[in-house]
Design a protein around this ligand. Structure first.
Ligand code: ATP
Ligand code: MG
Length: 426
């Protein structure tokens, strides 16, 4: 029986992979402009990195981790997200001592979650994310949000909705926590088992429940915004003011609580508003996690970041009918006629490539007509045809496929001639 790939994973094949590369390049380029530097951490970590870093009460830790014992009896976990690893690395390498603060990092790579696969939800997916560690200036919150928005906007997405909320600082959260417990506990038996166990551990997470989201107590739950203390309120106002100054539209949604335990102050999500996007509309999620570095054994260090997946980004592009400009074609196709000419193209092709051009030839001994068809399929900008006679006479026929113009070019200086013609033509 033929083997199949595991549920919730996908092969990204040539023809499709170019879109991924395009999005990755857009994200990388913007990180260069915003001055976020790439960090690459291992695909697996000690399991505690996530149980501590992501939080025991989260869906990720409770239900979604790929955890295994290695041959040495250590418990390891395939990374389900990027922040915990980045923070582990930040502490391990004492980045808090770097002269340049805040430390601004980005990562990109596969994440693994044992989820029920459906549109926009995979078991292996690629996340791009950033973390800014070491500043609690609300301007950095605005910067991080602006970077996420810029990525989508650079790709041409228009139907975006940014929602933000404040989860407050510790004091605000504690006051709100009490209010939530009082609100839900009289009728908690009407909620799912998860919510019942969340009530004492982390009642905020009840608001994020997917099963009970339509329960009437959800709509009337006390809003965190009523419990923000002066500092938290001021902070949130500043973030909003900066976003407004940047021309970034947003909505405040007091019910936005993110799935991870470590968030405080600013939380945000970017959703797709496109028709037909499907049920899962969140493209990107992020927020502030002051305290996480300390809990991970480092000094008190504020932090903020976001993560988005390329899969949902592609789904949003699809829903808006946006074609990424990825079909480029090759610079030159070398066709040949006759044995000696064919031999000669081996070297000529290599020279073209060394000269910086994308170039291809035939490897299946096809007739000249079929070779030209291949050139068409590869969308060659130029086609050079070399026959045994031309080889004798030290020349080669070059056709500009756009204009249809054909000229003869000396063979021994072909690369220089081609470079000059190519430059002029572009
Ligand atoms: P959801 O509520 O959809 O489960 P989440 O809160 O688990 O999302 P985060 O952990 O915040 O998501 O991850 C950030 C982003 O990563 C999400 O906004 C989404 O774009 C993407 N993402 C999360 N899980 C998956 C998945 N299983 N497949 C594809 N993309 C995902
Ligand atoms: Mg999830």
């Amino acid at each position: 029986m033929a083997l199949k790939l595991p549920r919730g994973t996908q092969d990204i094949l040539p023809g499709e992979v170019e879109k991924w590369q395009f999005i990755e390049t857009v994200a990388r380029d913007l990180c260069e402009k915003f001055q976020y530097k790439e960090i690459r951490t291992p695909i697996f970590e000690h399991t505690e990195v996530f149980t501590k870093g992501v939080g025991d009460t989260t869906d990720i830790v409770q239900k979604e981790m790929y955890t295994f014992e290695d041959r040495g009896g250590r418990s390891l976990t395939l990374r389900p997200e990027g922040t915990a690893s980045a923070v582990r690395s930040f502490v391990e390498h004492k980045m808090f001592g770097y002269p340049n603060q805040p430390v601004k990092l980005f990562y990109m790579g596969p994440m693994f979650r044992y989820e029920r696969p459906q549109a926009g939800r995979y078991r292996q997916f690629v996340q791009f994310g950033v973390e800014a560690l070491g500043s609690k200036d609300p301007a950095i919150d605005a910067e991080v949000i602006a970077l996420a928005m810029s990525i989508y906007q650079s790709l041409g997405l228009k139907k975006l909705k940014l929602i933000i909320n404040s989860l407050g600082d510790k004091d605000s959260r504690n006051a709100h926590r009490e209010a939530l417990i009082n609100h839900f506990s009289p009728r908690i038996e009407e909620f799912c088992g998860d919510c019942q166990s969340r009530l004492e551990k982390n009642p905020l997470r009840i608001l994020d429940c997917k099963k009970d989201r339509d329960h009437e107590l959800m709509a009337t739950a006390p809003s965190i915004l009523q419990y923000l203390n002066e500092d938290s309120k001021k902070y949130f106002d500043k973030v909003q003011q900066y976003l407004t100054n940047l021309g970034i539209d947003f909505e405040v949604d007091p019910n936005l609580v993110r799935g991870l335990d470590y968030y405080n102050q600013t939380a945000f999500e970017i959703m797709s508003d496109a028709e037909g996007f499907g049920a899962i509309t969140t493209l990107c999620g992020g927020g502030r996690y002051n305290g996480l570095v300390e809990e991970s054994g480092g000094p008190e260090t504020p932090g903020i970041g976001f993560a988005l997946s390329i899969e949902r980004c592609l789904a949003a592009l699809n829903a808006e009918g946006i074609e990424l400009p990825v079909t480029q074609g090759i610079d030159c196709f070398l066709a040949s006629l006759g044995e000696a000419a064919k031999d000669y193209t081996v070297k000529l092709l290599h020279e073209l490539r060394k000269g910086g051009f994308s170039a291809e030839r035939d490897y299946l001994d096809r007739k000249i007509k079929a070779q030209l068809k291949t050139a068409d399929r590869l969308q060659a900008k130029y086609v050079a045809v070399l026959g045994d006679d031309e080889l004798q006479e030290n020349k080669i026929n070059l056709k500009d496929m756009e204009s249809g113009n054909q000229i003869e070019v000396p063979l021994d200086t072909f690369l220089e001639e081609f470079s000059a013609i190519y430059k002029k033509g572009r």
